[in-house]
Design a protein around this ligand. Sequence first.
Ligand SMILES: Cc1cc2nc3c(=O)[nH]c(=O)nc-3n(C[C@H](O)[C@H](O)[C@H](O)COP(=O)(O)OP(=O)(O)OC[C@H]3O[C@@H](n4cnc5c(N)ncnc54)[C@H](O)[C@@H]3O)c2cc1C
Length: 559
Amino acid sequence: MNGSEQRLARPVIVTVDDDPGVSRAVARDLRREYGAQCRIVRAESGAQALEALRELKLRGEQVAVTLADYRMPMMDGIAFLEQAMDIFPFARRVLLTAYADTDAAIQAINTVDVDYYLLKPWDPPEEKLYPVVTELLQTWRSSNHRPVPETKVIGHRWSSRSFEVRDFLARNGVPYRWYAASDAEGERLLSAAHADQSDVPVVVTPEGETLRAPSDAELAARVGMSTSPGEKFYDVVVIGGGPAGLGAAVYAASEGLRTVLVERTATGGQAGQSSRIENYLGFPDGISGSQLADRARRQVVKFGAEVVSARDVSGIESAGAARIVRFADGGSIAAHTAILATGVAYRTLDAPGAEVLTGRGVYYGAALTEAVSCAGQDVFVVGGANSAGQAAMFLAQRSRSVTMLVRASSLDASMSAYLIDQINAAPNITVRPRSVAVEAHGDDHLETLTILDETTGEKETVAAQWLFVFIGAVPRTEWLDQDVMRDDHGFVCSGPDLLSGGRRPNGWTLDRDPYHLETSIPGVFVAGDVRADSVKRVASAVGEGAMAVMLVHRYLQWP
Ligand SMILES: Cc1cc2nc3c(=O)[nH]c(=O)nc-3n(C[C@H](O)[C@H](O)[C@H](O)COP(=O)(O)OP(=O)(O)OC[C@H]3O[C@@H](n4cnc5c(N)ncnc54)[C@H](O)[C@@H]3O)c2cc1C
């Protein structure tokens, strides 16, 4: 067990008394008896003790017992216990009183539900203090409270930014616990963080640090991900952390190239969002996208490549022999070569209402994060390709029903046969061919969906809270300037495709043709889905990443 695990394994006893001598004496006696199993935290005023309780709450620790002196200036013991109850409602409460205050103490039992009042002095503790505290500890333990060591996210169920924060953490493999801001524990955490509903999403790190509505970059930095490059110059900068980028980084770093990979959201790319990849070589039983991404990420780090997270690349240019990669939020990285592996982005649903409800009932490829919330409910999936089929199968495990809206007359032309068989065999999946989601409605979140039957021309509006959209993708190349040649759809051209009638592309300065996977900027290569005419598979993306590295070596060795 490391230090923080040890800390979390022991519940806390908090004691507060304004007389420093008494405060130390109570803490000493408690420590002597319970020090091995509990952590004793002592304070000398109600305000100080409340602040300690808030910190403990944010760090995910559990308070088992609070002992407070009745007569304290500013805030008496009853007022303190009342507020302490708002932070740790299940902690047992003890009031320490002098004989003269017994009546007030008895009244207090009714006001703040005090479990016990102890008369001062409590000597000998073996007779007066320990039997009480031991019993209260047993009562507390029997109700099975557990510490929450993970990052905590407090937000609104139907807020798109709250969803994005959870999705970002999940896809980056950061364990977190979710609390609805309107639930009692969510409210308690917000209050402990001195935050309110207008601050959400609020993220509390395992160390107890509070972030109000953080950006991805801020979040990444605080949960331990690196957001800045460590070096001034690299052999290769890989842009995009999907299978192509991860593959390139593994091969480049393992072959001794100084490598940095820049990812805007989460390593794993589209594949990281796949619920189960069944056709990737070496995984006969399939592997979830997040597992594959996690393994690849570890492999990248193992070979010594740097991973810079939550940074958006917004430009690439040549400066002599160097390739400069610019970030959208300022700053840049310089390298001898670059590999573009930015993949594709989901095409958005062209239906009134869909845009404003994105993240609030309408989701793109977010099946994994949201699946738990759909348990027992009716779900709609738009799309007829493998990604939609996988999502439908995954969602069907927990949802009451899954309805697939497919524009084509069947799945045959767009989906693998094995998936069609699985969908046909699933009792709670219905496929509606020639059906299109044409409108999404809802105030706060998705409530109804209008579906057009393209065979009959009829429209039907149905109750719907969950809509997952998988309708193809567009290349993420909008940020490239025209020096990087692309096809009519925006995919990056490379190698022989750049030659027009045997002529090299405009601006090409070298006395040789572009290598395979080399773009119209020498030394800048492309791999994976973003490449024109690519195969759009995990295996081919990884393979192209490896091949791009081989060509990087060739480029670096070219005289
Ligand atoms: C739900 C789903 C299921 C799938 N299932 C399978 C399957 O079973 N088998 C299979 O073979 N294939 C499957 N695919 C396809 C496969 O995932 C893709 O072919 C593969 O992920 C492509 O990898 P890539 O690295 O080229 O691009 P992507 O996976 O798209 O990764 C690109 C990465 O670049 C990042 N990026 C983009 N722009 C920037 C920028 N400007 N700055 C920094 N970073 C940027 C993105 O955030 C992303 O992480 C599936 C796809 C989806 C969506």
